[in-house]
Design a protein around this ligand. Structure first.
Ligand code: EPZ
Length: 427
């Protein structure tokens, strides 16, 4: 396993090219199952999770062809084709490593009339059930069977039938599975209380490019007219708003000035409001978003919420930044039940954080001290890197495979804006 070594105290300045969004890529990849024609995705990030998803699609009989990106463009171009499926089973050994594998359930069921997917199980941040995914597919006529750790879904003889899906709570993944199933269901489907994350808008736009009929894109009510078939398309993955927000926190905590090249301000409104309230100068420019921290950081009171609220995927990174603010911040995590795994590690670096239930009180300290720390989950790992960039002395972040799931060439991008950071093999 590798580790990341950071010697803190460098003021970060310059520009960082933002990659394609991990959480958009992971729902765009399974769209290839919905047609027997080629689907080409551009601006795909080079991430472990994207590679794992590619392997899963190969297992199902999809051919994949990676074309190198030209020039400085970080993104990869991937052409997939599912002329026919050789399997409709997503096995445990793949799903257990990447819970987003569950996103093959809806499209595989819509295309092949059946799908067997290992239950993804929980992860570090919570038990992450899939009951909402299954109820949505049942609303389209699917029969669901749970046996031996697998979910087996079977469509009616004539295929899925449009229906009304009302989500009792907002779920990104369940909305994605429902949408990818509904586009091939017979008749009209209404999805009420749909998640509105930008990654879902990206999915809907890709499906429309493939010939799907979807109204209400970007709203909590989606109206889908099912089609007999979809055709191939070429689609470019949206920029990663969480990667951009993470590097914005790195600029803020080091008193830096970073241009987040390619970032889309529309996807990041709550994040940008948080940065401005914390005292950063945030300007939207032609090439992207510039984040500058000239003075001391101000404390915040923040509650995570579904889009357009403050994203749960930014909570850990903001907590690191606020560890050095002038005063006490109050963060409340409303989405996941265990998303404070970064707190004990930040405390070992000198942060003053008290957690009570879903709320964390972060009292700003004068400085952080570098330490050896352990990554536990993707965004927690990034919060430790952000803290290390400002800490006095050296920070070693172990188990960086967590980071590699969601941050493309992290140390290269940070070196490019002046960070003293390198990757070493744990040997
Ligand atoms: C997606 O996960 C993202 N992952 C997560 O990003 C993100 O944190 C999350 O949405 C919320 O924005 C991908 O897109 C691959 P949910 P997902 O279904 O779809 C509960 C990252 O760091 N729930 O919106 O799994 C669930 O337990 C990752 O990039 C049910 O109860 O999230 C959670 O408490 C982490 N039953 C809440 O809903 C269900 O059937 C929101 O989960 C489904 C979800």
């Amino acid at each position: 396993m590798d580790r990341i070594i950071i010697r803190g105290g460098q003021r970060l300045a310059g520009s960082i090219a933002i990659s394609g969004a991990k959480n958009a890529a992971l729902t765009l990849l399974p769209c290839a199952l919905l047609t027997d024609e080629p689907l080409t995705l551009r601006n795909l990030p080079r991430l472990a999770d994207v590679d794992s998803f590619g392997h899963l699609l190969n297992e199902l009989g999809i051919s994949t062809l990676v074309a190198g990106a030209r020039g400085h463009d970080f993104g990869r171009v991937l052409t997939m084709r599912a002329e026919s499926l050789s399997s409709t089973v997503a096995p445990y050994d793949i799903v257990r490593k990447m819970r987003a594998s569950i996103l093959v359930l809806g499209p595989m069921l819509a295309r092949a009339g059946q799908a067997t997917v290992s239950l993804p199980g929980g992860c570090a941040i919570g038990n992450r059930p899939i009951d909402l995914h299954l109820k949505a597919l049942e609303a389209l006529g699917a029969e669901i069977e749970l046996t031996a750790g697998y979910v087996k879904a079977t469509a009616p003889k004539g295929g899925l039938v449009g229906g009304t899906i009302v989500f009792p709570m907002v779920s990104v993944g369940a909305t994605e599975n429902a949408l990818m199933a509904a586009v091939l269901a017979k008749g009209e489907t209404v999805i009420e209380n749909a998640a509105r994350e930008p990654e879902i808008t990206d999915l809907a736009r890709c499906l429309v490019a493939m010939g799907a009929k979807i109204e209400g894109i970007g709203t909590e009510r989606l109206l889908i007219q099912g089609r007999d078939r979809l055709h191939g398309a070429t689609y470019s993955v949206m920029p990663d708003r969480i990667e951009a927000g993470s590097y914005a926190c790195a600029a803020a905590i080091t008193g830096g000035d970073i241009l987040l090249e390619g970032a889309d301000a529309e996807d990041m409104s709550a994040i940008l409001i948080g940065l401005r309230d914390a005292g950063c100068a945030v300007t939207v420019e032609d090439k992207g978003i510039r984040v500058r921290a000239d003075g001391p950081l101000q404390p915040l009171t923040l509650s995570t919420a579904p889009f357009p609220g403050f994203p749960t995927d930014m909570q850990a990174q903001f907590m690191s930044m606020l560890a050095l603010a002038d005063g006490a911040s109050v963060l409340t995590e409303t989405i996941f039940e265990n998303r404070y795994m970064h707190v004990p590690e930040l405390a070992r670096m000198g942060a003053d954080i008290q957690v009570r239930g879903r709320t964390a009180v972060v009292r700003g300290v004068d400085h952080l001290i570098g330490a050896e720390v352990m990554a536990t989950d993707l965004r927690a790992s990034m919060s430790l890197v952000i803290a290390g960039l400002a800490a006095r002395g050296e920070t070693q972040v172990h188990r960086v495979y967590h980071l590699d799931r969601g941050y493309e060439r992290l140390e290269v991008k940070l070196q490019g804006v002046g960070a003293d950071i390198e990757r070493e093999s744990d040997g």
